[in-house]
Design a binder for this molecule. Structure first.
Ligand code: ACO
Length: 308
C-alpha cells in the first residue's frame, strides 16, 4: 500500500516581525537580510501561545481537510526541537486535546529535516498495513530559543506549524522514494546551548551540497529524471541554498516554493506550510511529481519524491 497525503493544515502566528523591526534590535539592515537570505519578515508567537497550541491548530485543519476524525488516527508524530517541555511530548498533548483515543504518540527530533523524517516514518507503518492513518506535524516556536541580541541568528528564524494526515493511496501515487541521512560529526555547527548557536558558513556549505544530491538521489531511486519533476519544495532556510537545489534540477523559478520571504526559517514546519500554500495557489495539481527536501541541525537531511 502506498502512503500519501490526505489532508493538510497550517498555523501561523499573527504577529509579523519585519526586517526594519530587526534593524532597531540588532546591527543589521533590511538590505543585508534580503540579499543574504531572501527573508523580508517572519511570524512570532505571543507568550500565551506555545508549540502545542500551534500544532493543535494545524492538526485540526489537516483532519478537516482529510475528512478524517481524530478517533480514526492510529499514530501522531510531532517533529519539533522546541517542545513545550521535554515530556510529556507535544504528540501526547495533541493526542489528548484532539481526542485521538486510539493513537500512539511521540515527538521526533531531527531539526529542520524533522518533517521529512516524520513523513517517512509514517510511510513505514502505512505501507506495511500496520496503521491506516498517521498525523504528522512539523512545528516550532523558535522565538523562545532565539538570542535576540545575536544578529547572526535572530534574523533567520520564525514560528509556525504544518500538519499532514497521511494514509493509504492508490498504486503509483504518494511517496515513491525517499532518502534520510545524518552526520553527527557536523553537530557542532548548529545546536542549542540555551539559545541557537550556528556556524552559518559551515551549515551553508553542507546544505548546498546535500540538498542537490538528495534531490537527484530520490529521483534515481524512483526511476525518474529531472525532467519528470513538476514542483520542488525545499526547506525554507535561505533563498541561496534553495536556488542551488533548483539549479541542480534545472527547474524554472516558478516551479519552486518560496515562502521564506514571508515566514523566514520555521524549521520542521517550513515544508508542510509551503505545501499548504502551493496547493492553495494551484501550483500543485493532481498527478504532479513533487520533490521535497530538507536539512537541519544534527546534521540531518531527508528527501521525498511524491506523486500528488
Ligand atoms: N546583519 C548584518 N551583518 C551580518 C548579519 C546580519 N544579520 N549576520 C552576519 N553578519 C555579518 C557577519 O558578521 C560577517 O561579518 P564579518 O565578515 O565582519 O565577520 C558578514 O556579515 C558575512 O558573514 P557570512 O557568514 O560570510 O555571510 P553569509 O553570506 O554566509 O550569510 C548566513 C550568512 C545567511 C547565515 C548564511 O551563512 C546561511 O544562510 N547559512 C545557513 C544557515 C541556515 O540555514 N541555518 C539553519 C539550518 S536549519 C536548522 O536546523 C535550524
Amino acid at each position: 500500500m502506498n502512503a500519501g497525503v490526505l489532508g493538510l493544515g497550517r498555523a501561523l502566528p499573527e504577529k509579523i516581525l519585519t526586517n526594519s523591526d530587526l534593524e532597531k534590535m540588532v546591527d543589521t539592515s533590511d538590505e543585508w537580510i534580503r540579499t543574504r537570505t531572501g527573508i523580508r519578515e517572519r511570524r512570532i508567537a505571543d507568550d500565551q501561545t506555545d508549540t502545542s497550541d500551534l500544532a493543535y491548530q494545524s492538526a485540526v485543519e489537516a483532519l478537516k481537510n482529510a475528512n478524517i476524525t481524530a478517533e480514526e488516527l492510529d499514530l501522531i508524530l510531532v517533529a519539533t526541537v522546541t517542545p513545550d517541555q521535554p515530556f510529556p511530548s507535544v504528540a501526547c498533548m495533541l493526542q489528548e486535546r484532539l481526542g485521538a483515543k486510539k493513537a500512539a504518540a511521540m515527538d521526533l527530533s531531527a531539526a529542520c529535516a524533522g518533517f521529512m523524517y516524520g513523513m517517512i516514518t509514517a510511510q513505514q507503518f502505512i505501507k506495511t498495513n500496520a496503521y491506516k492513518y498517521v498525523l504528522v506535524v512539523g512545528v516550532e516556536k523558535l522565538s523562545k530559543i532565539t538570542d535576540w541580541d545575536d544578529r547572526n541568528t535572530a534574523v533567520l528564524f520564525g514560528d509556525g506549524a504544518g500538519a499532514a494526515v497521511m494514509g493509504p493511496v492508490s498504486e503509483g501515487r504518494g511517496i515513491l522514494s525517499f532518502e534520510l541521512g545524518a552526520d553527527g560529526s557536523g553537530g557542532k555547527y548548529l545546536y542549542q546551548d540555551e539559545n541557537i548557536v550556528m556556524n552559518g558558513r559551515e551549515v551553508f556549505k553542507f546544505a548546498v551540497r546535500q540538498m542537490g544530491e538528495s534531490c537527484i538521489n530520490v529521483l534515481e531511486k524512483a526511476g525518474l529524471s529531472k525532467e519528470d519533476v513538476d514542483f520542488l519544495i525545499p526547506h525554507q532556510a535561505n533563498i541561496r541554498i534553495m536556488e542551488a537545489a533548483r539549479q541542480r534540477l534545472d527547474l524554472p523559478v516558478e516551479k519552486m516554493s518560496m515562502t521564506v520571504e514571508k515566514y523566514g526559517n520555521t524549521s520542521a514546519s517550513s515544508i508542510p506550510i509551503a505545501m499548504v500554500e502551493e496547493l492553495e495557489a494551484g501550483k500543485i495539481k493532481d498527478d504532479d511529481l513533487i520533490v521535497m527536501v530538507g536539512f537541519g541541525g544534527g546534521l540531518t537531511w531527508g528527501a521525498i519524491a511524491l506523486r500528488w
